[in-house]
Design a protein around this ligand. Structure first.
Ligand code: NDP
Length: 591
């Protein structure tokens, strides 16, 4: 379809089909009868007595955020750092997500943090999950972060004790630790969710969420060995997002029968993964990773550079849009939107044509075509996913945007047809649009008993996305209200870690016990961001998903949660580098 009007109408019709009144509420939280979906399948917690001690700096979360912050704090001379992590090891996303075929979607050279510090050469342009998990362990070892860590430990509450100027950290292991400073880096996609399908609890076969892959049941391993216990199994997978796209090729090779229950197809562009050439890697000059990060972020956000170092689908996508805007010469908001839409039409037509090229059955090909703009959902890149549907044991069960109708004790119903299954795999994603307390799994209580949920009832309030008034000596390490760079989340974290380390160095050098943002600085920052209006996830024209609050007009609170620096990520990184190196730490009070 090349006519723009027809395309718009088709996009709108496909979106409307998928809009649901219950929005985010359609999903089930894995608690109560569903709590077992969250259990750690990898590590049995080691028994230990509850801790009642005190540390200088406690960090909640042992994923990339905790690792890079821990590393930078150690480099800044803060030795007494404790990372508290729910998983049985470091790694966060990469600890939990061990499904077959998992790999990073953003090039390893910019995605994997602290490569130079740890001395690691990524094995592939897009590293596979076991290598990334190993890299996380290497960061922890390099910076001695295991020494004081509390693993297999889930924080249940953070409470500020004004009398002693300490944070009290309570956990599911009965701990009541104290910390002078605390930081939270629990990740934006951290809490698995289940589809709210009628009868989901009645299924008597085997089932698990992709973020807790059950290799005991499937056979195989995270390194990609054949899932050899599935040869006689009828397996259903619900969901066709970025996770499914990576694991379906492995299921397709192994299952007796695989049924993929699709509500909305992902856009699948070329991956072209390849091994890293060690001779080329040797030629990189010290400081190369920072250069690559800036190069990628500049191109990815519409800027110009002399060369494209990463050269992949992300940078291609952004340069096409940028060049279309430049060629149109119309820099009004309407002109830029038109250029973006025109360039996207070309790209999406290519993506749909690729489906026709690869898939032999025309009806299956038709059902696998995405009818929305590429950035409405997480763009996917894969060279084996589509081809999986040519295997005779793989069946696409397209639900025409409506989702699975019902689950019963023996399988799944779609359009009045029952599909008998031995196993259901939920590739249904993670909570995004719910409250911070629900997503992080614990409540944070600041001065005068105020909870963070109350403080943020109308949306996140912060300075730089890091400091919150009423929550002294607490820092947030994530992308929001800062660069908000979605295409490469670790870049947000490495920058934030540098800022945190600079503040802590200053505090240590000056015997500072109390750090807090002023209410004026906090309000001014949020106002500046709101005026700029650069936010993620508020395009109601897009097909529903977590990128746009399931297609519902985002309320002001949700919009605030995803605000980014008005002039974009590169400008934010410049701004924050100057802020932290000036030594003035404007907006903060120190006592
Ligand atoms: P997503 O939220 O992207 O996908 C969930 C899937 O479940 C969607 O296809 C959704 O359909 C489907 N679904 C939900 N409810 C139903 C239902 N009732 N019936 C049928 N289908 C249903 O989760 P993922 O785990 O795939 O990915 C989450 C995010 O994690 C990605 O967007 C990405 O940011 C990140 N990720 C990154 C990777 C990487 O960098 N390597 C790899 C994997 C994930 P619908 O689209 O219609 O809502």
């Amino acid at each position: 379809m090349t006519d723009t009007t027809d395309l718009r109408e088709k996009y709108r019709a496909e979106r409307d089909k998928r809009l649901r009144a219950d929005g985010n509420e359609q999903y089930i939280e894995p608690t109560g009868a569903f709590a077992h979906y969250l259990e750690d399948p990898y590590v049995e917690p080691t028994p230990r007595p509850p801790l009642n001690d005190e540390v200088t700096f406690a960090f909640i979360g042992g994923g990339f955020a905790g690792l890079v912050a821990g590393a930078r704090l150690k480099q800044a001379g803060i030795d007494d750092v404790r990372i508290i992590e729910k998983g049985g090891d470091f790694g966060g996303t990469w600890y939990w997500n061990r499904y077959p075929g998992a790999m990073c979607d953003t090039a390893s050279m910019v995605y994997m943090p602290l490569l130079e510090e740890v001395g690691h050469m990524p094995g592939h342009k897009y590293a596979f999950a076991p290598e990334i998990l190993e890299h996380c362990r290497n960061i922890a070892n390099t910076f001695d972060l295991y020494d004081n860590a509390c693993l297999s430990t889930e924080v249940t509450q953070l409470e500020w004790d004004e009398a002693t100027s300490r944070w009290i950290i309570r956990t599911n292991r009965g701990d009541e630790m104290r910390a002078k400073f605390v930081a939270v880096g629990t990740g934006p996609l951290h809490r698995p969710k289940l589809p709210g399908i009628k009868g989901i609890e009645s299924f008597t076969g085997h089932s698990f969420h992709t973020s807790r892959w059950d290799y005991e049941y499937t056979g195989g391993n995270p390194a990609g060995a054949l899932l050899d216990k599935l040869g006689d199994k009828r397996v259903g997978i619900i969901g066709t997002g970025a996770t499914s796209v990576q694991c379906i090729p492995h299921l397709a090779k192994a299952c007796g029968e695989l049924k993929v229950f699709q509500r909305t197809p992902s856009s699948i562009d070329v991956r072209a993964n390849h091994e890293t050439d060690p001779d080329w890697f040797e030629t990189l000059e010290p400081g190369w990773q920072q250069k690559w990060l800036l190069n990628f972020t500049t191109l990815q956000t519409g800027g110009f550079t002399d060369e494209d170092l990463v050269k992949d689908g992300w940078t291609d996508l952004a340069q096409r849009i940028r060049d279309q805007v430049v060629a149109s010469g119309d820099f009004t908001p309407e002109g830029m939107a038109k250029a973006y839409h025109d360039s996207d039409d070309v790209k999406m037509n290519e993506i749909r044509a690729r489906v026709d090229e690869i898939i032999s059955d025309p009806a299956t090909a038709e059902a696998l075509k995405p009818w929305y703009r590429q950035l409405c959902k997480r763009p996917c890149f894969h060279d084996e996913y589509l081809d999986s549907y040519n295997n005779p044991n793989v069946h696409l069960v397209d639900t025409d945007g409506r989702g699975v109708e019902r689950i019963d004790e023996s399988g799944v119903w779609v359009n009045g047809t029952h599909h008998e299954l031995d196993c259901i795999i939920y590739a249904s994603g993670f909570e995004v649009g719910t409250s911070f307390a629900r997503r992080s799994g614990f409540e944070t209580i600041g001065r005068d008993g105020q909870t963070l949920s109350d403080k943020w009832v109308d949306g996140m309030m912060s300075l730089h996305g890091i400091h919150v008034h009423g929550f002294p000596n607490m820092f947030i390490v994530g992308p929001s209200q800062g660069a908000n760079l979605i295409s490469n989340v670790p870049h947000n974290l490495t920058e934030r870690a540098l800022t945190l380390a600079a503040i802590m160095r200053h505090a240590t050098d000056n015997d500072i016990d109390h750090i807090e943002v002023t209410p004026e600085a906090e309000a001014a920052w949020v106002e500046r961001l709101e005026k700029g209006g650069r936010t993620f996830g508020n395009d109601p024209d897009c097909t529903p998903g977590y990128y746009n609050n399931e297609g519902h007009q985002a309320d002001p609170s949700a919009t605030r949660n995803f605000l980014g620096f008005p002039e974009g990520p590169v400008a934010y990184f410049d701004y924050i580098a100057q802020w932290r190196s000036s030594g003035a730490f404007e907006g903060l009070t120190f006592a």
